[in-house]
Design a binder for this molecule. Sequence first.
Ligand SMILES: C[S@@+](CC[C@H](N)C(=O)[O-])C[C@H]1O[C@@H](n2cnc3c(N)ncnc32)[C@H](O)[C@@H]1O
Length: 407
Amino acid sequence: MTPSVLSGNALLDRFHALDQWLFQQQNFWQEAPFTHQQLSWEAQHPELGQWLRQQSLEHAEHYQGQPHALLNAPAPFAELAEQAQRLSSLGPHPQHPSHTIPARFAVDVPGRKWQQIEAFARCLPPPAQTVHWLDWCSGKSHLGRHLLHRLGGKLTSLEWDAALVEQAQQLSAKHQLTATHRIQDVLAESCQQHVSAQHSPIALHACGDLHLQLLRLASRQGCPQLAVAPCCYNRIASHDYQPLSQTARGAQLALTRSDLRLTLRESVNAGQRDRRLRDQSMARRLAFDQLCRERLGQTDYQSTPAAANKWLHLPFHQWANRVAEHMQRPLTLDSHDDEAEALGWQRLAQIRNLELVGNLFRRPLELWLLLDRALFLHEQGYHTRLGTFCPRELTPRNALLLATKSD
Ligand SMILES: C[S@@+](CC[C@H](N)C(=O)[O-])C[C@H]1O[C@@H](n2cnc3c(N)ncnc32)[C@H](O)[C@@H]1O
């Protein structure tokens, strides 16, 4: 079946199906292999657990972005993969080609960002009336300027970083576009006055609370239309996720901020060097954790300071001594302990392969969250459509919510 854009009753049907499935299968995705030495599902499915623990880091790397393509893993992997794919299928929004944007517009925008913006813009139908775009957490407001040029209207952008706002102003001046770029914390009380029924908000990759705030304010003020591509669902202030929609408030699934991290466990955009550094940092943290368990009797994973990444150039024992000092742990290593790092790499390979099971639930969980947002807008009187605006290779956060106020 070809994946389709979700709207109307399909939003509710899919939400209920996902809610039930994610709730029933919680064991498979709620525990993070990084912090749990043994996962509870391994007791029920020892063959799968053992098989994954024997695979290499390269194996995990290969499948991490496409876990459903792993066909030879023991049961119930394939069954879960099939269910996950079916429940998270989402089709692309229809495209509305319009005149091409002059190449000079692309000069100041990083390539991938430009492609994302073009794809986002193609999903917006030509407006029947003059639109006042409100670019939310706009950065340099590349998206706002693009839409202003492509579809006309007016532009206001809100961004709290003064340097970015200044650059936005300079770019608008350079392209001879009239726009208002405001320095504004969108979470502050004062933001309300900048959102009104005249505005059509657009948001490309505004994180957790930032896009939630937009949906609440825009629907309260009666904005005629919204286009929002959310990201970083776990960037919320509260410990527990507070659903927006009535439907999700009555759901079986109750999520914490830490559950939401799963939606971000994907790094299609990270370069090879960054991945290597990230892996080395994790392998060392795991080796350090193991040493603390063996020598200090530690029983739970204790997170190591972010500063540890700055010392990665040091040999393992020196790195670990700095970390121990920072964490005030009575642990002193010498060069003989450098071989412990290899054990860290081994544990990393096991963890990454075990994570493949949780990764099957990443997109379904993201869709549950997106549907909460879509259903909220639906409850507020919006005709809401949820689809993708670009392929996943361009950004894993490729879902776009389009909402139009019903008459
Ligand atoms: C991921 S970037 C997206 C920027 C832009 N929409 C784009 O796609 O290029 C998120 C932006 O949100 C801004 N931001 C973060 N917290 C904010 C807040 N409380 N109020 C306003 N802007 C905020 C950041 O400075 C950053 O420019």
